[in-house]
Design a protein around this ligand. Structure first.
Ligand code: NDP
Length: 775
């Protein structure tokens, strides 16, 4: 028998299990579970959900079929107009009621979450649940403020939301709270392994008086998710999960007009400089990689440590690992719980067994249940598969760097871009490097900070869209107003003029120079009545490659100040103004419209873009920590854009101006019916100090260029205002590197109304930089 003296000698923890009786009684009373559709329980064929820490069956839940998904979407559709018609205040009261329900039932929800996921109760109780409540409170406020602060925006409609198993209730809150706040209704599919807290939440929502049909839950596996994605009456899909499934969803929704946000995987760097507070950095790292057993999309899974301190840092880390307690997730003294399933242990073990690095593991771990020991692998090269691929388990891989420049290179050497942690006591270094790291979230001397007020989401193959903060609301609203259908693309034809009477044939514009097209083909340009106006080159995929290469090389533009970019945009306006008559005449010849008025509107637009270049500011989010979370708009990178046929000059300068103002480089496909306006624009660019490669212009068929531009791996975003039917192909091809898309689905964009907020949002990504302060 252990006496007090022994305990003092060993400092061993005794067991401190959280009581689970209330939750087990609830499960016994309520199981088997059906879906929650239109406020009623709808039973289906059952499947079992397990406690991964013990393997025991917790409950039977229903496998959602396409018919269940259809019933849920119909219920959501019926409920949506009335829900959206409530005042913001009325919706805020509902969201507040949900927040209160979460707080009142926090302990039961935390215990149920731990039973279903295997995560330590310490995490579900102290991190997940408070954040869930915070999301509902925060978005109650957003509902309250919507009318005044988001004028001209309305709900998207019915949202299909698909969430993973690592933070089941927290992901529900991240998705449901903003959707409901903005007047949308929801069909949510939880992960097949972890459906229980969503079902308990639905019960609490009913008890709180949420109108039926506003929140529908359909449980099931990936086929249920796929049915939701495929449903024609869903207006938006919000997904969190693997990059593979995210890519499949991008392909499945291509061209359907469904809005889409994807929060996908990561391989986030954790960078420790030699001047860091090493003990804090070690403690932070424990949280970065062993929080939720490393099954976290933003886990700091790649340690990059300054060579000078690497040995000392690894030694301290190993000592800390030896103190980690792995075991019963319901035990309040446990640091690391079980993985989501035994098959995941086998998967992680398989990856670790292959490594050529040096493996250090903490132990022991329970022999039954899905437990895997915290693991450190050192001595890996940055191209090692384990340094590149998401392990999604408690495995940290490590390498060293010598200089800040090398640290940034190593950090960015990944197809992902979700988060990064940066540890140094040198604030100048931290704030110099933070913008250079290619990730949506940067933590300075911290890790895993998340809050409803701060945007969360990635770049590159970590997906697109933000959750949280004002940026997150964009994903759940759309501009008010009925879009007009674009007339089908009609390219005037006519007789070629006799040789010798044509204007010179303009070339392509690549890297700041006129470039001969690769293929050597040209096409005639005709006015609306068939008059021959000239010829332009037919660009091909090789020209696209050259233009993208030039744009990629012009990366210095993204680092320039807004003030400099504004000056150049004003200068472009000045040079366009000097040629106003020439542009007006050319517009009139190509479109038959009043060219002079359009040139005036284009000058006005260039001034607007110049004005915004140094005024599109970030926000310091009101996060509940001692510190700040800066939401900084950053350039997207290289944008490929297909110009509009209507008001071609105004449309073109809107796109070019907004992209340039926000620090992007552009490959623009000229309007097909008015390409000479784009080729005349070379002169404006040449005379306005626009650095070579910032704007590249190609002429030719949009339909032929679209798959190549949208599929190019170095293009970060693709926009289309074209009259050609290319929205679908762009979205499908964009799945390759998960580039952001903004396409028109055959609807006309009203360029006469500036709608600069839409352009500036599309031209930027919010990077959230967390800087805690205080000793
Ligand atoms: P998935 O991406 O497969 O699952 C996420 C959600 O999507 C689940 O609800 C899943 O259903 C559903 N789903 C699966 N297939 C489809 C489909 N074709 N169409 C629509 N929905 C679908 O993640 P997993 O759970 O399988 O985990 C696999 C890997 O994904 C992990 O090892 C990790 O690398 C990564 N991951 C990343 C997460 C993140 O936060 N970024 C979270 C979870 C996983 P069901 O669960 O029933 O299969």
């Amino acid at each position: 028998m252990t006496d007090v003296a022994d305990i003092f000698a060993t400092l061993e923890y005794g067991p401190a299990p959280e009581a689970d009786g209330e939750v087990r009684a609830w499960l016994a009373a309520k199981a088997p579970f059906g879906h929650v559709i239109d406020g009623a329980q709808v039973m289906g064929d059952g499947f079992k959900t397990h406690n991964p820490a013990t393997g025991e069956v917790l409950a039977e839940v229903s496998q959602g079929t396409a018919a269940d998904v259809d019933a849920a979407v119909k219920a959501a559709r019926r409920a949506q107009p009335e829900w959206a018609a409530l005042s913001g205040h009325q919706r805020a009261r509902h969201l507040y009621a949900l927040a209160r329900q979460v707080q009142k039932h926090a302990r039961a929800l935390a215990v149920l979450e731990t039973l279903d996921t295997g995560k330590p109760i310490r995490e579900s109780r102290d991190i997940d649940l408070p954040l869930v409540a915070r999301h509902f409170y925060y978005h109650a406020g957003m509902a309250q403020l919507m009318a005044e602060n988001l004028p001209g925006h309305e709900a998207i409609g019915v949202c299909g939301q698909i969430i993973p198993w690592n933070f089941p209730l927290l992901m529900l809150a991240w998705k449901v709270a903003p959707a409901l706040a903005m007047g949308n209704t929801v069909v949510l599919k939880p992960a097949e392994q972890t459906p229980l807290t969503a079902l308990m939440f639905a019960e609490l929502a009913q008890a709180a008086g949420l109108p039926k049909g506003v929140l529908n839950i359909v449980t099931g596996d990936g086929t249920t998710g796929a049915a939701l994605v495929a449903h024609p009456d869903v207006d938006k899909i919000a997904f969190t999960g693997s990059t593979t499934v995210g890519r499949a969803i991008r392909e499945a929704t291509a061209g359907t007009g469904k809005a889409l946000t994807l929060e996908l995987g990561g391989k986030s760097p954790y960078i420790v400089f030699d001047d860091a507070d090493i003990d804090s950095a070690v403690e932070g790292l424990v949280d970065a990689i062993w929080f939720n057993g490393g099954q976290v999309c933003c886990a700091g899974a790649r340690l990059l440590v300054h060579e000078a301190i690497a040995d000392r840092f690894h030694d301290k880390l190993k000592a800390r690992m030896d103190g980690l307690r792995v075991g019963d997730p319901l035990d309040k003294c446990i640091d690391v719980g079980s993985l989501i399933a035994a098959s995941d242990c086998a998967r992680v073990a398989g990856l670790v067994e292959q490594t050529e690095g040096e493996v250090y593991q903490a132990g022991p771990v329970p022999q039954t249940g899905a437990f895997y020991p915290p693991t450190l692998i050192t001595g890996l090269h940055s191209s090692d598969p384990l340094m590149q691929e998401e392990i999604f388990g408690p495995v940290l891989v490590s390498t060293t760097f010598r200089t800040p420049v090398e640290a940034v290179q190593l950090a960015n050497n990944t197809r992902y871009g979700l988060a990064a942690s940066l540890w140094t006591e040198n604030v100048n270094l931290a704030l110099d490097l933070a913008p250079k790291l290619e990730a949506g979230i940067i933590w300075v001397n911290a890790t895993n900070l998340m809050d409803a007020a701060a945007g969360f989401g990635g770049t590159k193959e970590s997906g697109f869209g933000r959750e949280g903060g004002w940026a997150g609301l964009r994903a759940y609203t759309k501009p008010v107003g009925d879009a007009k259908k674009l007339p089908a693309l009609h390219i005037p034809t006519g007789e070629m003029a006799a040789a010798g009477t044509l204007d010179r044939t303009p070339k392509l514009y690549i890297g700041g120079k006129q470039a001969r097209p690769d293929g050597g083909y040209v096409r005639g340009v005709f006015g609306p009545k068939g008059a021959c106006l000239g010829e332009v080159a037919e660009a091909n995929r090789k020209d696209i490659r050259n233009a993208v290469e030039a744009a990629a090389k012009a990366s210095g533009w993204s680092k320039t100040s807004g003030h400099l970019r504004a000056q150049i945009l004003y200068y472009m306006a000045e040079n366009l103004s000097a040629r106003a008559d020439e542009f007006a005449a050319r517009l009139h010849a190509q479109t038959g419209q009043d060219g002079a008025a359009e040139v005036e509107a284009a000058l006005d637009r260039l001034f607007t873009c110049a004005a915004w270049a140094d005024k599109y500011e970030g926000r310091a989010a009101g996060v509940p920590i001692r510190g700040i979370a800066l939401g900084m708009p950053s350039p997207v990178g290289v944008i490929g854009a297909f110009a509009a046929e209507q008001t071609p000059l105004l449309a073109m300068v809107s796109v070019v101006g907004a992209a340039m103002a926000m620090g992007n480089r552009l490959v623009l496909a000229a309007p097909e019916t008015a390409p000479l306006t784009a080729t005349d624009f070379y002169q404006v660019l040449d005379t306005s100090d626009v650095p070579g490669g910032v704007v590249n212009i190609l002429t030719g068929s949009h339909a032929e260029l679209a798959p190549h531009l949208a599929g190019h791996m170095e293009v970060d975003a693709c926009w289309s205002f074209s009259s050609a039917d290319i929205s679908g192909v762009i979205e499908r091809e964009a799945a390759g590197n998960l580039k952001r898309t903004w396409v028109n689905y055959g609807q006309a964009h009203d360029f006469a109304a500036p709608q600069m907020d839409r352009f500036l949002e599309a031209a930027t990504e919010v990077k959230t930089i967390w800087v805690p302060y205080g000793e």
